[in-house]
Design a protein around this ligand. Structure first.
Ligand code: SF4
Ligand code: SF4
Ligand code: SF4
Length: 265
């Protein structure tokens, strides 16, 4: 079946009142009328992770999701931000788009969905996801510090990285709180640094590596490198990969007796 046929059927039966998908230009589109469902496609230009809209929509909907986007839907369910029964997942198989993250992508077929569109895709050769950060870790602490200091000093604090992130769903972000003001709104090197470190830590054990934050950054700041470092640490310390299994508890929601706790002293 095509996406449009499934969407049309879901709307007609009243199972959902909204479909979130892509149009032929790859732009997000929101369909409520079954006559409009023919606009829905999936092609090599469908970069956006549409799950970012799920926490902003208060009605039962269906969403077109690439296998990597399904990971953030799993994250939102684990964090009780959406209910599984309130979202119909139309998964699409994905051979990889022209994005950096696709080179090391480990999922071409959606594993957690209600419908699957597209032929099953066989295993393909992929880069080691952590290769870039393993290389970066070889730098000494001063070099690493300077690297990120320089990168973050270019940030214009547009917050596009936060807005596009499906897991940055806080009603009021820490940077927007004025009393007390945890992070200065000034676009200075030090406050930029604090913003990015804070955001990365808020995403620890939660960031699914969808790469949206880096993709939309107008200053091409390598945000994924920091996310990757945290993902690698969480994997090594807690044996956990975000977005993989909806039935697992993320590290911040549970504990195991043998958990790393040297930081407690
Ligand atoms: S890669 Fe970026 S946008 Fe995607 S979940 Fe992680 S922090 Fe959010
Ligand atoms: S940066 Fe932190 S406080 Fe701000 S939206 Fe993201 S998770 Fe919430
Ligand atoms: S999208 Fe880029 S420039 Fe904008 S706040 Fe995020 S890192 Fe800074």
């Amino acid at each position: 079946m095509e996406i449009s046929e499934i969407a049309s059927e879901l709307l007609e039966k009243g199972e959902v009142s909204l479909i979130i998908g892509y149009d032929k230009k790859g732009y997000p589109c929101f369909i409520k009328d079954k006559e409009e469902t023919k606009r829905l496609v999936f092609n090599e230009g469908c970069f956006n992770n549409l799950s970012v809209y799920l926490t902003r929509i208060k009605e039962k909907c269906a969403i077109v999701a690439k296998p990597c986007d399904v990971k953030s839907i799993i994250g939102l369910i684990q964090e009780n931000q959406i209910k599984r029964e309130d979202v119909v997942i139309i998964g699409v198989t994905c051979p990889g788009l022209n994005l950096k993250k696709c080179l090391s992508c480990d999922c071409q077929n959606p594993s957690f969905c209600d419908y699957t569109i597209g032929e099953k895709i066989g295993e393909k050769e992929k880069m080691d996801k952590f290769a870039e950060i393993i290389e970066f870790e070889k730098k000494n602490p001063r070099e690493r510090w300077n690297y990120f200091k320089n990168e973050f000093s270019r940030c214009i604090r547009c917050y596009a990285c936060r807005q596009v992130c499906p897991l940055c769903y806080c009603e009021t972000c820490i940077v927007d709180v004025s009393i007390p003001q945890w992070i200065s709104k000034a676009n200075s090197s030090s406050s930029n640094f604090i913003f990015h470190i804070t955001r990365a830590l808020h995403l620890a054990g939660r960031c699914v590596g969808c790469g949206e934050c880096e993709r939309v950054c107008p200053m091409n700041i390598p945000l994924s490198l920091l996310n990757l470092k945290i993902e690698k640490d969480v994997f090594e310390l807690f044996d956990y990969t975000p977005g993989k299994d909806v039935d697992l508890k993320p590290p911040f929601q549970t504990f195991k007796k043998g958990d790393y706790n040297e930081f407690i002293g």
